[in-house]
Design a protein around this ligand. Structure first.
Ligand code: PMP
Length: 397
């Protein structure tokens, strides 16, 4: 049966990591794969997570299945974190939230749900976007379309073009938006742009689908979720996929959530039943460990404040690295302006160089990044930022 299957090329980003690992240059720098790294180049287990694990392991009394939607304690904490405490849509019972398996699993369940609700729905994805969006959503059989998002000449959001493209949508269209820390561009919507997009959703009747994979990595927990909170307040329906991989450092535990904001509480109940039915046919029951750790941290004031300060530390490190890179490039005397990197948010930005310059950075300096010139800012450190800045300045001049 499998004889005739063609073999597939390796994932380009994972291929970069493999190539970097094999490189013997002691100055090599991996700016490829998208995980947070500390100054030592390590993706740490957060202290709050370690303590919560110790507490939880000591008290865990059973390995029987979790409730299919996750525990009530976890879901209540998640609704507060994502929507903000006391959000009107949550209070009105309009929000159906279930546990998902990481951001990816949550996106996929949401896509299957949309397909069930409207098999002709078309999902609009930003151009560019995280490549797995098209795979996760397209695999459900939904039609995909793309709206312009990033202006590579201006190194900023192409907001007017985005709005013009989305003016062609209607009911039955779903528009996928990154809540914050846009991957790959780092260019985020402002408060005013969220409001304009909300007005357009009301006018055209499309349903926003917000993917939040980096809450807390951009401007803080509340601002990073501002689009979700505003849209959930103003619009009849919103789809949210949320991940705890980055902000809790729980990547391999696969914990996330799917929230559907429905028009009424009774519609939210119906949608919840449908979502659980979708999940049942894919993985049946969610894993316990990651969600238990998130719940333990969020419901214990001491652990929560420890987590918040670790999250601040991660955000501050990213911001500091962005500033250091811009300064170090300017210090080389390079004439090109890279200050946009300082204004962008989260782990990623495009350096804005050509694929052949990306290749030169790899071959001449052992600096690894994807062909689009997207870099993971966390691959920088105080010890390599000047090296990377010199290399970038030399390939662009
Ligand atoms: N959405 C975006 C925009 C992402 O960048 C990622 C992770 N790279 C995810 C979703 C999924 O995250 P995970 O499945 O690891 O939780």
């Amino acid at each position: 049966m499998f004889e005739s299957m063609p073999s597939l090329p390796a994932d380009p980003i994972l291929g970069l990591t493999v190539a970097c690992r094999a490189d013997t240059n002691p100055n090599k720098v991996d700016l490829g794969v998208g995980v947070y790294k500390n100054e030592a180049g390590v993706t740490p287990v957060l202290k709050a997570v370690k303590q919560a694990e110790a507490q939880y392991d000591a008290s865990e009394a059973s390995k029987a299945y979790l409730p299919a939607q996750g525990t009530e304690g976890f879901l209540a904490q998640v609704n507060d974190l994502v929507f903000g405490e006391g959000h009107s849509a949550v209070a009105a019972g309009r929000v159906a939230t279930i546990q998902g398996t990481g951001g990816c699993g949550s996106l996929r369940v949401a896509a299957e749900l949309i397909k069930r609700a409207n098999s002709h729905a078309k999902i609009w994805i930003s151009d560019p976007s995280w490549p797995n969006h098209a795979s996760l959503l397209g695999s459900s059989g939904l039609d995909l379309a793309f709206y312009p998002y990033y202006d590579r000449d201006q190194q900023a959001i192409a907001f007017d073009q985005m709005m013009a493209a989305l003016a062609n949508t209607g009911p039955g269209d779903v528009v996928l938006v990154h809540a914050c820390c846009h991957n790959p561009s780092g260019a985020d919507l402002t408060t005013e742009q969220w409001q304009q997009l909300t007005d357009l959703a009301l006018a055209r009747g499309f349903t926003p689908f917000i993917d939040m994979a980096y809450q807390g990595f951009g401007d803080g927990l509340a601002i990073d979720a501002q689009g979700i909170r505003y849209m959930a307040d103003k619009l009849p329906e919103v789809v949210v996929a949320n991940s705890f991989s980055k902000n809790f450092g729980l990547y391999r535990e696969r914990v996330g959530t799917i929230s559907i904001v429905a028009q009424t509480a009774s519609q939210a109940d119906v949608v919840k039943g449908q979502m659980l039915n979708v999940a049942r046919a894919i993985y049946s029951m969610p894993p316990s460990h990651g969600a238990a750790i998130v719940e333990t941290i969020l419901s214990n004031p001491e652990l929560k404040s420890m987590w918040l300060s670790e999250l601040d530390e991660m955000r501050d490190r990213i911001l500091h690295l962005r500033q250091s890179l811009v300064k170090a490039i300017a210090n080389t005397g390079c004439e090109r302006d890279f200050s946009f990197i300082e204004r962008q948010k989260g782990m990623f930005s495009f350096v804005g160089i050509t694929p052949s310059q990306v290749e030169e950075l790899k071959t001449a300096y052992s600096i690894y990044m994807v062909d689009s010139s997207r870099i993971n800012i966390c691959g920088l450190s105080s010890s390599n930022v000047a090296y990377v800045a010199d290399a970038i300045a030399s390939v662009v001049s």
